[in-house]
Design a protein around this ligand. Structure first.
Ligand SMILES: *Cc1c(COP(=O)(O)O)cnc(C)c1O
Length: 394
């Protein structure tokens, strides 16, 4: 694909190598076990995952962060953290990666797709209103390509309706609205550390929140129900004389490993450097688009946004787009539509549909959008070549 970067050019340097070597030398490849994450064989030492969570929370300006083994796991932690009931409905944008509604299904809830703004492919407030119902309990806002969803409006609607809000920031490390980082507007947020994202440990993810109960539920979900709480949250001790390891709730094992955490922490320390380079590349792309004139133009961010682009989306003539992420068109959702139930056997309510055509603006929009790489590993010449290749047929 034209927007992929040769992985050998990925800018991993001395910082990442040293961090990895230290983990191997420590003899600990996992973050630990016991009450809280702290009790390792060297019980005085914080795990690298602890340090990653501390640094991430500090950078975002929130009290709680929890690192996990993938961005999808972080999406799941965020939805699980809301404490919803089975069958509750969660509104998702009709243009976003399938990982987003999958996390809703994993929580035992029903994803309901709202159509998007045709100009930005981001969540549209009127469309959200149109699909909201009795069982709506939450909304997932996705900051696609780094472009922020309109959080002020989304939060106003959610507070009025008593809904929770998750912000999916997997593509928006460093994006600001009114000077405030995305991820700090909603009740919970999630980031991905997968290979293609702003910073990466190959696979990995981080969940964050300002609410201790949301944090606690997310940690239980991600660590097989064992209360590995940090940030000063009390860890209940096992009842006197009880047999067992201390699983106080159902959960998955979505723990992050120390090697992943070490690379992620080194990359987090380089995020500003990467984003400075991305800003230069975005300026080059915009110059190049202006120079070409014609039909291709960038998508306009909301007022007040400082966009940290993951990829640079452009509008192209109708039918010439190559954006693929309208999740209900995936076979997984078509099967649910045919069987009228979720993969875990929950019946789909009558008013919920995944039928093709149900969110026409997302479907038309996908056929009008292409994305250009602005990866920080690219040279100027490589960037211009990749723009050429991506738009050659227009
Ligand atoms: C990448 C991504 C995810 C999933 O993250 P993984 O680390 O690939 O599991 C979820 N949401 C969005 C918006 C993403 O871009």
């Amino acid at each position: 694909m034209s927007d992929m970067v040769d992985p050998t050019r990925m800018p991993f340097g001395q910082l990442e190598r040293t961090a990895l070597a230290e983990v191997l030398a420590s003899g600990q490849l996992w973050r630990g076990n016991g009450a809280g994450w702290g009790s390792r064989h060297d019980s005085a030492a914080d795990s690298v995952a602890d340090r990653l969570e501390d640094a991430f929370a500090r950078r975002l300006g929130v009290p709680y962060a929890h690192a996990v083994n993938s961005g999808t796991s972080a999406n799941e932690a965020a939805v699980a953290g809301l404490g919803l009931e089975p069958g509750d409905e969660v509104i998702c944008p009709a243009a976003c990666p399938a990982f987003v509604p999958f996390a809703v299904l994993a929580a035992g809830c029903v994803p309901v797709f709202a159509d998007v703004d045709p100009h930005t492919l981001l969540l549209d407030l009127d469309a959200v209103e149109a699909v909201a119902g009795e069982r709506t309990r939450a909304v997932v806002a996705v900051h696609l390509w780094g472009l922020p969803a309109p959080m002020a409006e989304i939060m106003a609607m959610a507070r009025k309706s008593d809904w929770k809000v998750v912000e999916d920031c997997a593509q928006a490390f460093g994006t600001l609205i009114g000077g405030r980082p995305v991820g700090t507007f909603g009740d919970a947020c999630c980031f991905s550390l997968q290979q293609s994202k702003h910073i990466t440990s190959g696979e990995g993810g981080i969940f964050a929140t300002t609410d201790p109960d949301t944090y606690a539920r997310a940690v239980l979900y991600s660590s097989a129900g064992v209360p590995h709480f940090r940030f000063g949250l009390p860890v209940q001790s096992k009842p006197e004389g009880s047999i067992g390891r201390g699983h106080i709730a159902f959960g998955h094992n979505h723990r992050i490993g120390e090697m992943q955490a070490a690379v992620a922490l080194a990359q987090l320390n380089r995020l500003d450097e990467f984003n400075r380079r991305r800003t230069e590349l975005v300026a080059l792309v915009e110059e190049e688009l202006a120079r070409r004139g014609g039909v291709v133009r960038g998508l306009r961010p909301i007022a007040d946004a400082e966009v940290s682009y993951w990829r640079y989306p452009v509008l192209v003539p109708a039918g010439r787009g190559s954006f693929q992420e309208v999740p209900y068109l995936e076979q997984a959702f078509q099967r649910m539509e045919a069987e009228r139930r979720t993969p875990f056997g929950l019946p789909l309510p009558k008013h919920v549909t995944y039928a093709p055509g149900s969110c026409p603006r997302a479907e038309r929009g996908a056929a009008r959008v292409r994305v250009l790489s602005v990866h920080h590993g690219l040279s100027d010449a490589e960037l211009l070549d990749s723009v050429d290749a991506a738009l050659a047929d227009l």
